[in-house]
Design a protein around this ligand. Structure first.
Ligand SMILES: Cc1cc2nc3c(=O)[nH]c(=O)nc-3n(C[C@H](O)[C@H](O)[C@H](O)COP(=O)(O)OP(=O)(O)OC[C@H]3O[C@@H](n4cnc5c(N)ncnc54)[C@H](O)[C@@H]3O)c2cc1C
Length: 404
């Protein structure tokens, strides 16, 4: 019987295990993960979890499979090396595991500030332990300084406001969500936070975070010092590609995979936030920082590794963010948009922006409280159906506007 080894116990690794068992219910599967917990829901950590009293992570659906006789979960363990010649992975405990098929689902880690800037402890948010530590500090009237105006930083800002904290968001660029949205979304999300009492500081850089008087922290910024009770840093992630590069797999800011999730070694597959894959609909390669993508690609990788010749993943990236009572969704790649057309008023609660390439191809859709539209567009792209006329009709208006 084949032995499948999965490295990584996030959404991608967990779904890979499910995918393998879909195809080979009796398969021998070993999942190695640094996390001691069963696979859990990461997006929940910056949303409901920060508002809750829960002392446990929200486990992923299907976690019962780790109690199955053929499935072994090795938690709290680290894979230090892959020996492709011998088809073995080496754990830092000294143990090693032989594999027939290997799935790399090693995800990402947070980008950290250099020690010369972060001279005193700051919070990051990636793991359950990070969320527990952060939540214990979100007490009424504490002043929280969030460095980074991306999705994670803004979700933390919203959760902190809801817990009665005072919040300042410091962003080096001239707009919030600069990487993942469009200019109207940046303005809209800024207004949303300002209305909730968040102090947003744009084009402000941080030069040092130092110990201040009476247990406070001083954040030295280009706009002057800010006194904080705690500092949360959300400045992006970097993919955990080191294992893959060290054993000679192709890596380009992510492990390169084809539509079957295979790497450049036919017995090694990869899935989730660590991969760079081709989005079939747009014909470009990307690395997606999205929960849904990680799970769907993980499932496909597991199925492909187990021999399902139809298993593939080449979907348009899609992610969502919940802040206060608003839902933001981004489908596709805003970086490819040349012009935008809009449905609804971008200064109101609900609107939809459609991003078009120079060749009039829909390359992204960004929605504020328009989840149904995003789902409809996503379904059309998935099935390769023509877009509904209500969306394509807006293209004419886009041609009268230019830029983003
Ligand atoms: C706080 C937070 C909120 C988020 N909110 C949203 C959201 O609202 N919407 C959305 O679409 N996305 C969101 N995301 C992003 C989404 O959660 C990720 O894209 C997704 O979890 C990636 O899953 P993954 O399995 O690829 O990687 P990960 O979840 O990073 O899992 C990687 C796993 O690999 C393990 N690992 C790595 N290297 C090794 C090794 N050498 N040995 C052993 N184990 C190893 C890690 O410990 C981990 O278990 C959020 C992320 C965070 C952190």
């Amino acid at each position: 019987m084949e032995h499948f080894v999965i490295v990584g116990g996030g959404a991608a690794g967990h779904q890979a295990a499910r995918g393998i068992l879909d195809v080979q219910p009796q398969a021998r599967v070993s999942l190695v993960s640094r996390e001691p917990q069963l696979p859990y829901d990461r997006p929940h950590l910056s949303k409901g979890f920060l508002a809750s009293q829960s002392q446990e992570p929200a486990l992923l659906a299907g976690h019962e499979l780790y109690a199955e006789p053929g499935v072994e979960r090795i938690g709290g363990a680290w894979v230090a090396e892959i020996d492709r010649q011998a088809a073995r992975v080496q754990l830092d405990s000294g143990d090693s595991l032989a594999y027939d098929k290997l799935v790399l689902a090693t995800g990402s880690r947070v980008r950290t500030l250099p020690a010369a800037i972060a001279q005193t402890p700051v919070h990051y948010l990636r793991t359950f332990e990070d969320a527990l530590a952060l939540r214990s500090r979100l007490i009424a009237d504490a002043h929280v300084v969030v460095i980074g105006g991306g999705f994670i930083g803004l979700e933390v800002a919203a959760a902190a406001r809801q817990r009665g904290c005072r919040v300042t968001v410091v962003e080096a660029l001239g707009q919030l969500l600069a990487r993942s949205g469009c200019e109207p979304l940046s303005r809209w999300v800024q207004a949303l936070h300002v209305a909730q009492g968040v102090d947003i500081q744009l084009q402000v850089s941080v030069s040092a975070i130092e110990r201040g008087p009476s247990g406070k922290t001083v954040v030295q910024t280009s706009a002057g010092p800010v006194l904080a009770d705690l500092v949360v840093v959300g400045i992006g992630v970097q993919p955990n590609v080191e294992l893959a590069s060290a054993c000679g797999l192709a890596v380009e800011d992510g492990i390169v995979v084809d539509s079957t999730c295979a790497t450049t070694d036919a017995s090694i597959f990869a899935a989730g936030e660590v991969t760079r894959y081709t989005v079939a609909h747009l014909g470009v390669r990307t690395r997606s920082e999205s929960w849904t993508a990680a799970g769907e690609q993980g499932r496909a990788a597991g199925r492909a590794a187990a021999g399902d010749s139809l298993a593939s993943y080449a979907e348009v990236p899609w992610l969502w963010s919940d802040q206060y009572s608003s839902a933001i969704q981004c489908l596709g790649l805003p970086a490819l948009a040349h012009t935008y057309s809009f449905i609804g008023d971008v200064d109101a609660d609900q609107w939809l922006a459609l991003g078009w390439s120079q060749e009039d191809q829909l390359v992204c859709a960004i929605g504020a409280n328009r989840n149904r539209d995003i789902s409809a567009i996503r379904r059309s792209l998935k099935r390769n159906d023509a877009l509904a006329e209500q969306y394509t009709a807006t293209l004419a208006s886009a041609k009268t506007t230019t830029g983003k």
